[in-house]
Design a protein around this ligand. Structure first.
Ligand SMILES: [Mn+2]
Length: 445
């Protein structure tokens, strides 16, 4: 049976293509060598997965809106079945089973892609193809374009326009359907339970790598494809390195552990950050800054609703962070001066959130066509993730603050009249975090 989720996405995109009188050619990812003859684990591109729900490498989708009242057609190119290859490298769906399994109209051998495309594209003027992902395929596309032009005869016009499919396709991906939200909720719940398990598990003397291992164990043993991105498990001052992924240092009593990790479920991402004390109790300085970040995060989430401009989320969080930094003497002067000069950037150097979906930094525009901040819409999912990071070498602040890095991040769905936080199951108040840290670890299977 075909998966209605992907069939729905395909139908929507085909309608857009029909409006634009364009065909689209959407290849999946290419396999990448890790070292010698070992490859990185394959993952389809998000655009290809969105439209097909098919995860085998060596695949390409061709979408052909019907000409003059004909039906739209979806043609999938994929690897033919092969006993020897399947014995060595794994099962293949194959051409015969693909139409029923995936709901496409026809299946063709990927080896024939570049010889079949000229026939499929005959009489089409606009072709959507994303340049820049694969040099070899880009060259073949240019050759195909040129060959169609050279061989155009009589009434058949050659193609005249090559367009990027991303603007149209990525706009569809910004608004999540209920079926997509089911996957995103599952991803969020899985990540939230992993963060809770980690708070119970971590003790002084463990290593950051043990935090990473527990997250992987949690995700994979639940049947997820794994982590949605490289986990950040940053003890102490490592938290001040925003994309710290070495995760190989010992965890000390008195330090915080910042964990930024999300699960991937049906290739949909969650993205949660929690920061908790390795020894189970915040120091007064850690608690003070933690409360500022938490207040900022909750204030920013509170304003999320349809019609609110996306950058309002950041403005609200930033205001609370700046007030807190002033209150604790980390910043000098007034709120206006700090905002005007950007002096806060020493402690809060990133924005407060991003779209979330098949990609952790999901596609979609943050501005309207006229360049204004884009209003939130029902069905958008985005993260809210303010932070405070005090560089351990910052000699302008009192020594007791140095090396504290805190971020708190939740995943927020815009609903019809407000919002829903998808990641509430991960504790975040000071009391709830300390209580979870004090709880007994779950037995590990
Ligand atoms: Mn994030």
């Amino acid at each position: 049976m075909s998966d209605s989720l992907h069939a729905l996405h395909r139908a929507r995109f085909l309608n857009l293509l029909a409006e634009r009188d364009a065909v689209a050619i959407i290849p999946t990812a290419t396999t990448k060598t890790r070292n010698d003859d070992a490859d990185y684990l394959f993952r389809p591109t998000s655009d290809f997965w969105y439209l097909t729900g098919f995860k085998e490498p060596g695949s390409c989708l061709v979408l052909l809106p019907g000409l003059e009242g004909e039906e739209h057609r979806a043609v999938l190119f994929l690897r033919e079945r092969d006993k020897v290859s399947e014995t060595w490298d794994g099962r293949r769906l194959g051409l015969e089973r693909a139409p029923d399994a995936l709901g496409v109209d026809a299946a063709m051998d990927i080896k024939e892609l570049w010889t079949e495309l000229p026939k499929l594209l005959a009489g089409r003027q606009r072709i959507m193809w994303r340049f820049g992902d694969d040099d070899v395929a880009d060259r073949r596309m240019v050759e195909l374009f040129s060959s169609l032009r050279d061989h155009a005869r009589g009434p058949v016009e050659p193609p005249t326009e090559l367009l990027d499919p991303a603007p149209a396709l990525h706009e569809l991906r910004v608004i999540k359907s209920d079926a997509e939200l089911d996957h995103m909720r599952r991803s969020a719940e899985l990540a939230a339970s992993a963060h809770s398990a980690l708070m119970r598990h971590i003790k002084p003397g463990m290593n950051e790598c043990e935090a990473e291992a527990l997250l992987d164990h949690h995700y994979r043993s639940a049947g997820s494809t794994g982590a949605a991105y490289n986990h950040i498990c940053a003890g102490g001052a490592n938290a001040c390195i925003l994309h710290y992924i070495e995760n190989d240092q010992p965890l000390k009593d008195g330090d915080l552990l910042l964990v930024d990790s999300g699960a991937e479920w049906h290739y949909y991402a969650s993205d949660i950050t929690r920061t908790f004390p390795v020894g189970g109790r915040f120091t007064p300085e850690q608690r003070a800054l933690y409360q500022v970040v938490l207040d900022a995060e909750e204030a920013a989430i509170a304003v999320a609703a349809p019609g609110v401009p996306f950058d309002r989320i950041h403005e609200v969080a930033l205001g609370v962070i700046v007030d807190g930094l002033l209150e604790h003497g980390l910043l000098k002067g007034t709120r206006e001066e700090a905002l005007e000069s950007g002096s806060y950037r020493e402690f809060f150097m990133h924005k407060t959130g991003h779209y979330l979906g098949l990609d952790v930094h999901d596609c979609g525009r943050y501005l309207t066509a006229s360049g204004a901040p884009r209003p939130l819409e029902q069905g958008m999912v985005f993260t809210v993730e303010p932070g405070i990071y005090v560089d351990p070498e910052n000699m302008d602040v009192d020594a007791r603050w140095r090396g504290i890095g805190i971020r708190i991040e939740d995943d927020v769905l815009v609903t019809e009249d407000g919002h829903e936080v998808l990641t509430t199951a991960a504790p975040k108040s000071v009391a709830a975090v300390e209580a979870m840290c004090a709880a007994q670890p779950e037995p590990q299977g």
